[in-house]
Write a protein that binds this ligand. Structure first.
Ligand SMILES: [Zn+2]
Length: 511
């Protein structure tokens, strides 16, 4: 979702966001603290779901922890006391009846005494069993409480800065109000339960906030022209020329896969990219845009190559639109991925071969190389839900190009995994040469900041691109001191990023 990605980028670059784990606060312990914070959130969810206690700060959990052992001890004590008392009464009763029977010399009375004794003994046994069951149940509750208590204890060292972890929708609207364009899915995370907005049954905020209304109010209070849209018709009506702020939430959850997208309900990622650039490029100081094709990742997890490639193609259109709508001389575009997947292209397919089809050699179905004599798909996965049976099915008559076909996977898994190889990074525009070679991922945003003279490279801090001689500008006198003011005017930048897995692109322009 573009909105989520934009929020993440904004939060990361803004040390004052106060959200989850700014690098400044967390230090070397940041990752561990964030992990524990997430664990705490899970534990809270378990508690909330179980109804055991509403664990706001753990106070009510302590009540249960104290009360449960006391309750169990009481039950055990009562059960023991009852058993002893009943045994004593039984013994006394038997003795008395026997004494009376012997004294009266009535043999029948002895038989009756024995029957009564047996009946009482059975009753006592049943009562004891029932009590044991109750005690066992209580012990189970205690075990659950103790587990939660142990988990809660592990949270005790969470720094205060990590405790108030805010969701991305909240950060987007409340903590980064100057993000001008937010487009994507996830509407349910912006609306309170029982909201009257579209798809209200999906709305899931429990804090009562209606972030769409909050967003509108904030823009109105500043006199900004703004639009909130939730379908394609509304999106098409937005005129970039007179819109400063745009919030578009087109789905309660994720946007649709491109292969299944209803063109009358949701805009494509290419259309959203174009609209965003048309709005942002009105700013004379330039802009930064991040676009993420997040559903490529989801289709890979499902082993659905058709959907994967359809979303890659949609992302390609977004990159194309960005190039078309921005000047290359002042726009840095970076295209890369945050990770790859265990997707492989297998065999020796001929030119023009359908990549979703079965593997061929010289145009003929390849059933020779596989030891079982059955053809295989050109796209295969290392793991995932596409794993079939053993022996594997014969795919000769199967339409492997279908939208919902699952390509074969070597290891059966509910969801395919990411993988660890390096991903490509492509760049065009000013300072794009900074992206040659192999880099750690953290280098990517730093190079963008350097190219744009923002963040750590803002005026008066560190040197940035505008003070450097650009190697790609064919300057015959590379040691001359460039005029910073002139370079400042000539270095708006756009940054883009792309991948096989999740394609992200970012645009920056900066005067
Ligand atoms: Zn993933």
């Amino acid at each position: 979702m573009a909105a989520a990605a934009a929020a993440a980028a904004a939060a990361d670059s803004d040390g004052d966001s106060g959200g989850c784990g700014s690098s400044r606060d967390s230090g070397s312990d940041g990752c561990g603290a964030r992990m524990r914070a997430r664990t705490r959130a899970v534990a809270m969810a378990v508690l909330s779901y179980s109804g055991g206690c509403s664990c706001n700060g753990g106070g009510s959990c302590v009540v249960i922890l104290v009360s449960a052992p006391v309750a169990v001890a009481s039950i055990v004590a009562v059960a023991v006391a009852r058993a002893i008392a009943e045994a004593v009464i039984l013994a006394v009763a038997v003795m008395m009846v026997e004494v009376v029977a012997v004294a009266a010399e009535v043999p029948v009375a002895v038989a009756v005494t024995e029957a009564v004794a047996v009946a009482v003994a059975v009753a006592v046994a049943v009562a004891a069993a029932a009590e044991a069951a109750v005690v066992a149940l209580i012990l189970l509750v205690i075990a659950f409480d103790l587990t939660i208590w142990i988990v809660l204890q592990s949270f005790s060292d969470i720094p205060d800065s990590e405790k108030a972890c805010k969701d991305i929708a909240y950060q987007l609207v409340k903590e980064n109000p100057r993000i001008q364009v937010i487009l994507g899915g996830g509407r349910r995370n912006f609306l309170p339960q029982n909201s009257t907005e579209p798809n209200r049954s999906e709305a899931r905020r429990t804090d009562g906030l209606n972030l769409v209304e909050e967003w509108k109010q904030e823009k109105m209070s500043h006199g900004f022209t703004h639009s909130y849209v939730y379908d394609k018709e509304g999106f098409d009506r937005v005129n970039p020329a007179n819109t400063d702020y745009l919030l578009g939430l087109f789905s309660h959850s994720h946007m649709q896969y491109e292969a299944e997208r209803d063109n009358t309900k949701e805009p494509s990622i290419g259309e959203m990219t174009a609209k965003a650039i048309q709005i942002l490029s009105k700013n004379p100081n330039g802009f930064y845009l991040l676009v993420e094709g997040g559903r490529i990742d989801h289709a890979n997890h499902a082993n659905q190559a058709h959907k994967t490639f359809a979303d890659v193609e949609a992302m390609n259109q977004a990159v194309h639109n960005a190039q078309r709508l921005t000047p290359d001389r002042d726009t840095l575009i970076v295209v890369t991925a945050d990770h790859s997947h265990v997707l492989a292209l297998a065999g020796y397919a001929s030119r023009g071969h359908n990549i979703l089809g079965l593997s061929t050699v010289d145009g003929q179905l390849n059933t020779v190389s596989p030891s079982d004599g059955k053809p295989y798909t050109t796209v295969i996965f290392g793991n995932g839900p596409g794993w079939s049976s053993d022996p594997r099915p014969n795919l000769t008559e199967v339409d492997t190009t279908a939208v919902n076909y699952l390509q074969d996977a070597a290891i059966p898994m509910r969801s395919e995994t990411h993988s660890a190889e390096d991903v490509a990074i492509y760049a065009t525009g000013p300072q794009s040469f900074l992206y040659t070679g192999t880099h750690e991922q953290s280098y990517i945003p730093l190079a963008m900041a350097y190219a744009s003279c923002i963040g750590p490279y803002a005026e008066g801090k560190l040197a940035c691109a505008k003070y450097e001689v650009l190697p790609h500008n064919n300057d015959p006198t590379p040691c001359t001191d460039p005029n910073p003011a002139e370079l400042t005017r000539s270095t708006p930048a756009i940054v883009f990023m792309l991948s096989i897995a999740a394609i992200i692109f970012v645009l920056i322009t900066k005067h």
